[in-house]
Design a binder for this molecule. Structure first.
Ligand SMILES: Nc1ncnc2c1ncn2[C@@H]1O[C@H](COP(=O)(O)OP(=O)(O)OP(=O)(O)O)[C@@H](O)[C@H]1O
Ligand SMILES: [Mg+2]
Length: 366
């Protein structure tokens, strides 16, 4: 792991020791490590082990000149995008054909090197690398934080939930019972938020939500979500319509997250007390799940509907509202299955979320 105070590294290549010494003296500053190479071969070796922010290459060198070295650098994955400054005595050399311009920044410096111009040309690369190192550290911190949230917070939370269950099994008074119910539902909500944050971290930092496809029936998955929502909110009216078979090779637990999130949204954000319809329609090679409710999605929400956190206006959020991660996670799970997610929302027809899943994941899909 790179630390914020890791040095930024510049590589300087010149066959003459005195030139290296002079260049190093001009570049020296806190937080910068200078790697020196006396030949192209030495430079390539250093590039194999160091993450270099900038390479200053002397053009005139025996064996391998600066342009040849640059071309080899551009040909290797590791050094392909390293910015290069050619140091040359002859301005006309700038016109020599060099085929690596597209891969990364290229600039020229003329001897004798003017310290101010040198500083000016190298400063941006120094700052960019600093920022990159800081970002890497922040990312690592975020990963560590999420692992802590995922694992360490769950244990005490489980204890709270268990305590609430125990009180509920034998409440000593009506007010005790109500308190325990509140404890239970608050802990459930907290657990769901932790799970969602963990999924967000996985989707963002690990390159996608992992799925484990196996034979599954979307009807069963949808029924489970409906039953759970109805148990929590008995006043809801939810209808399930089935057309054709809804079986396929999917990750049933992940699809349960999809149906539960879409249904919870319909119940929470749809028109209060109005019916919700879930439809499952199977064709030869795909199954479509749609969840419909009355009520419309506001235009400003619509714009960022699938963006994490941004979808629910945080400033105006009511106390019991979610993090705004639900639809982002739904979309990630659907994409991991090679499916599509669409939404229609208008005043007259209400809001419909439509998930279409191929019965089998495409070859090569995760
Ligand atoms: N079925 C729906 N009908 C109307 N509005 C909806 C519907 N589904 C989502 N929305 C709107 O889209 C926003 C984003 O939904 P999303 O599920 O991503 O977040 P959330 O429900 O606010 O929080 P979380 O799902 O993390 O608990 C909601 O806050 C709501 O404004
Ligand atoms: Mg939601």
């Amino acid at each position: 792991m790179k630390l914020k105070n890791d040095p930024v590294k510049f590589l300087i290549v010149d066959d003459k020791e005195e030139n290296l010494v002079a260049l190093e003296a001009l570049l020296r500053r806190d937080g910068l490590q200078i790697l020196r190479a006396r030949s192209g071969d030495e430079a390539l070796e250093l590039l194999l082990v160091h993450d270099v922010a900038l390479a200053l290459l002397d053009v005139h060198m025996p064996d391998m000149d600066g342009f040849a070295l640059a071309e080899l650098m551009r040909g290797a994955q590791r050094s392909r995008h390293v910015p290069i400054i050619f140091v040359t005595a002859a301005p006309q050399e700038q016109h020599r054909e060099f085929r690596g311009y597209d891969a990364g920044a290229v600039d020229f410096l003329f001897k004798p090197v003017d310290p101010r111009i040198l500083r000016h040309k190298t400063e941006t690369f120094y700052q960019l690398q600093r920022q990159k190192l800081q970002l890497e550290e922040t990312l690592h911190l975020a990963e560590t934080l999420m692992a802590a949230v995922g694992h360490d917070l769950k244990t005490p939370l489980n204890a709270v939930m268990l305590g609430a269950e125990l009180i509920l099994a034998d409440p000593t008074s009506e007010s005790n019972r109500r308190t325990a119910e509140r404890l239970k539902s608050s802990s459930r909500r907290m657990q769901r938020m932790i799970d969602d944050l963990f999924d967000l971290a996985r989707a963002r930092l690990a390159g996608g939500i992992p799925i484990a496809p196996a034979a599954a029936d979307l009807v069963k998955v949808a029924r489970r979500s409906i039953a759970e929502l109805e148990a929590a909110t008995p006043a809801l009216s939810i209808t399930l319509v089935e057309q054709g078979s809804a079986t396929g090779e999917w990750d049933a637990d992940r699809l349960y997250q999809v149906t539960s999130n879409l249904l919870a949204n319909a119940a929470r954000h749809g028109a209060t007390g109005r019916p919700i319809t879930v439809k499952l329609a199977g064709t030869d090679d795909a199954v479509t799940l749609s969840v419909h409710n009355e009520g419309v999605i506001a235009d400003d929400v619509r714009e960022h509907l699938f963006d994490p956190f941004r979808s629910s206006a945080r400033t105006t959020r009511a106390r019991d509202e979610g993090l705004g991660l639900g639809l982002y996670i739904v979309q990630q799970i659907v994409l991991a299955h090679g499916g599509t997610l669409e939404v229609d929302s208008d005043e007259e027809t209400g809001t419909t979320f439509r998930v279409s899943l191929p019965r089998r994941p495409a070859p090569g899909a995760s």
